[in-house]
Write a protein that binds this ligand. Structure first.
Ligand code: NAD
Length: 508
């Protein structure tokens, strides 16, 4: 390729050109692996080329990163926070352009592309405050003249492997915390969103360079499964944070466990919304629309199962089907589009195969259910009436397909909610306190995210984000998630001259 097409020229503003080196290694841009093409999912045309990492690039990058970690962990935490504050400012100044690239390369609508970058900015703000609050504790000792305290120390290097659907925000959730906690970051983005990986890395590392810090504090590789596998196997990386499918997450977890590394897993979801008989139907319908159709059903928190009380079943469904027929489908960068394309042609094929399986298992298509003939990967937003016991309902079909089911009692609805292998997000629509407290309590939803009167998606960064069961059990972003990025040291200090032993033991 020679130069960027006119409609892609805005990419120059975020440091991209028609051919890009895909690895940031020891403060320099390199790439000696295969060339990959970044494809626009709205028309399947090439946007630009990226050169991925070779195994030698990986090794060189990791050597430099290991050296840099010795320096970074000694920088005082609030000073690390100041660097993250500057990263937030750098992202603010490129919010529109990077958001536009997220929309262009991933395929989500522009508002969501910009929202994704905003999420990293919010995480930067959160992490700056956190950099002054990585507090340990003092514990009373049972022994005279002894003191016990708990210290939090950096792990060294955090490996971050991310999925295509949040091509930069998930890096941000991890990197902001990892950096203030004193760790270097090694990031491998999704192989189909290499331009976002390169552009985001450029914004981050310019801040390091401006502050005369080693660039290798943030090491970044474009690449696929081989680079991901190398990260999983690498004993220099004590924590691997993996976001992606449960299938690949399980493989990564086994490899990391095998070497006694730590794994933070953010895997597949299969999220339900329950609408009770007393629900505000208008609120519920709007929420389901956003939760099921937003990002073309390609969020881990997308609502895939809608559980309707029998008394409002037809009221909700009729309104929803009516809205589905009005959804504006088209170029995600165009004003007013609500549903963009699926990310790849493979995703589109998976949708088609999924619909066949749904039909074979007794699913009744109420609206949608077909591909849309065009150059891009467009499919119809789909609602399916199906039994909660159908096997297909247990899997995550990564597209805008919503399964609708009827229930009679709250207990039955909770049972259906909890009957799938995944446990990421869930929501109930009700105004009754007895229902909502049961829902968030021990006999309620078994998910990591348990909402009331809001969609399953669109989490705020202040809470810990993640899910149970096949979703992997990890927690990222807010609350005390930072503790996963640090090593806890329990220190007992004897400031006397006797040696009393714990549990009153007298040893000779
Ligand atoms: P994926 O599992 O195919 O790929 C995820 C990442 O793993 C990519 O970077 C990929 O290159 C890498 N990878 C592939 N094989 C590997 C291997 N053997 N070793 C190491 N790394 C390897 O997932 P995807 O299709 O990119 O993303 C969609 C999935 O991610 C969905 O299941 C979605 O629910 C999930 N997801 C979960 C969350 C969450 O927070 N729970 C967030 C976003 C996406």
């Amino acid at each position: 390729m020679t130069s960027l097409k006119k409609e892609y020229e805005f990419l120059n503003d975020i440091g991209l050109s028609s051919r890009n080196s895909g690895c940031y290694i020891d403060g320099a841009w390199k790439g000696n692996g295969p060339i990959v093409y970044s494809i626009n999912p709205a028309n399947n045309q090439t946007i630009a080329e990226v050169i991925e990492a070779s195994p030698q690039d990986y090794e060189e990058g990791m050597k430099a990163c290991s050296e840099a970690s010795k320096i970074w962990m000694q920088v005082p935490a609030p000073k690390r926070g100041e660097i993250v504050r500057q990263i937030g400012d750098a992202l603010r100044s490129k919010l529109q352009q990077l958001g536009r690239l997220v929309s262009l390369e991933m395929g989500k609508i522009l508002a969501e592309g910009i929202g994704e970058v905003q999420e990293i900015i919010d995480m930067c703000d959160f992490a700056v405050g956190l950099s002054r609050q990585l507090n340990g504790s003092i514990i009373p000792s049972e022994r005279p003249n002894h003191m016990m305290l708990e210290m939090w120390n950096p792990l060294g290097i955090v490996g971050v492997i991310t999925a295509f659907n949040f091509p930069c925000a998930v890096m941000g959730w991890n990197a902001c915390l990892a950096l203030v906690c004193g760790n270097c970051v090694v990031w491998k983005g999704a192989p189909t969103t290499p331009l976002i990986t390169v552009a985001t890395t450029k914004i981050v590392v310019e801040v390091l360079e401006k502050n005369n810090l080693p660039g290798a504090i943030f090491t970044s590789f474009c690449g696929g499964a081989e680079i991901g596998q190398a990260i999983a196997e690498d004993t220099r990386i004590p924590l691997v944070s993996f976001t992606g499918s449960s299938k690949v997450g399980l493989v990564v977890q086994k490899i990391v466990n095998e070497r006694f590394g730590k794994c933070l897993l953010e895997l597949s979801g299969n999220n339900a919304i329950i609408v009770m008989d007393d629900a505000d139907v208008k609120l519920a319908v709007r929420s389901v629309l956003f939760a099921a159709v937003g990002t073309a059903g390609q969020r881990c928190t997308t609502c895939r199962r809608l559980l309707l009380h029998e008394s409002i079943y037809h009221t909700v469904l009729d309104q929803l089907i009516d809205l589905y027929k009005q959804i504006k489908i088209g170029d995600p960068l165009e004003n007013g589009t609500l549903l963009g394309p699926l990310h790849t042609q493979t995703s589109r094929n998976n949708f088609e195969k999924g619909i066949e399986i749904i039909k074979a298992q007794g699913g009744k298509i109420l609206t949608g259910g077909a591909l849309i003939e065009s150059e891009g990967n467009f499919v119809q937003p789909t609602i399916v009436e199906i039994s909660p016991t159908a096997n297909v309902v247990k899997d995550e079909l990564f597209g805008p397909v919503l399964y609708v089911m009827k229930f009679k009692t709250l207990n039955e609805a909770i049972e259906i909610n909890n009957s799938v292998p995944q446990g990421l997000s869930s929501s109930i629509f009700t105004g009754r306190p007895d229902i909502l407290f049961k829902w968030i309590g021990p006999q309620g939803s078994d998910c990591g995210i348990v909402n009331v009167n809001i969609p399953t998606n669109g989490a705020e960064i202040g809470g810990a984000f993640g899910g149970e069961k096949a979703t992997g059990g990890g927690r990222e972003a807010g609350s005390d998630s930072w503790k996963q990025y640090m090593r806890r040291s329990t220190c007992t200090i004897n400031y006397g001259s006797e040696l009393p032993l714990a549990q009153g033991i007298n040893f000779g």
